[in-house]
Design a protein around this ligand. Structure first.
Ligand SMILES: Cc1cc2nc3c(=O)[nH]c(=O)nc-3n(C[C@H](O)[C@H](O)[C@H](O)COP(=O)(O)OP(=O)(O)OC[C@H]3O[C@@H](n4cnc5c(N)ncnc54)[C@H](O)[C@@H]3O)c2cc1C
Length: 221
């Protein structure tokens, strides 16, 4: 799994929004992503007051790679202030699996292909991993068989395991990201979503520390 922050609205835009609401534009002292002392104080007050709609003026774009289709369906449940474009299996599946693969190669080869195309849960021990790799490899083998029988992506994709890797570009505003992180940094969240949330959180904390350190997200259990 790889999460990269590819764009963030400068913090200055958030401060402009907040200053308008307080008619105090003349006191603004932020530049780009660096807040001045006046703005830092005001931002702290705004967060304490829970004037959360101001955060909608900040947008983040993330490139998220090597995640499973299992977690994709969970990410897709967020519908307000969040959207993404996902790599389409309907258009791309044949590029990865159109040629037949050997039916029963040595385990190492199976592991290599499965690791390349699918997410292997790191919790698996030796026996569990063997079972997982063998079953997943068999499914991938059957996928290539369906292609060789002439079926198109639209039909073959129904045989894909949930662990099959995908990739997306996500656009999310800071208010919704705060909501997503509160839910998905929790131990109750799916482990893969939790890892994605953690990586997103690290990225935005690096970009806008004054904003993200003002929430108690480190304490989410
Ligand atoms: C630990 C965990 C377990 C889960 N288990 C299941 C499960 O078993 N089955 C399942 O189907 N889903 C499950 N979900 C998904 C969950 O039900 C939500 O669909 C998902 O977390 C998206 O969050 P959200 O509804 O806050 O949507 P967001 O799009 O993130 O919405 C943001 C906020 O906008 C408001 N909002 C959005 N839509 C509406 C609306 N239509 N009406 C009123 N207010 C709205 C709400 O305040 C909402 O919190 C689980 C989620 C978690 C974190």
């Amino acid at each position: 799994m790889k999460v990269e922050l590819i764009f963030a609205t400068p913090l200055e835009i958030l401060m402009k929004t907040i200053r308008i609401s307080h008619a105090s534009e003349n006191r603004m002292d932020s530049r780009g992503d660096s807040p001045g002392q006046n703005d830092a104080r005001l931002l702290k007050r705004i967060i304490e007051m829970r004037h959360m709609s101001t955060l909608e003026s900040i947008t983040y774009n993330f490139h998220i790679e090597d995640i499973s289709r299992a977690v994709l369906q969970e990410i897709s449940r967020h519908r307000i202030g969040y959207s993404h474009i996902v790599k389409s299996t309907r258009f791309t599946l044949g590029k990865y699996l159109s040629r037949e693969i050997p039916q029963d190669p040595p385990f190492g080869e199976k592991e290599k292909l499965v690791g390349k195309l699918c997410v292997v849960p790191p919790q698996l021990g030796k026996e569990g991993k063997e079972l997982f790799v063998n079953a997943t490899y068999n499914a991938l083998f059957e996928v290539t068989k369906l292609f060789s029988l002439g079926y198109p992506n639209d039909v073959v994709k129904y045989l894909l395991p949930e662990s099959f890797k995908t990739e997306l570009y996500a656009t999310v505003n800071a208010r919704e990201l705060h909501h997503i992180l509160k839910l998905r940094l929790s131990e109750k969240a799916l482990w893969e979503f939790r890892a994605i949330a953690k990586a997103m959180y690290e990225e935005v904390k690096k970009r806008h520390p004054i904003l993200w350190e003002s929430f108690d997200l480190d304490k989410v259990k």
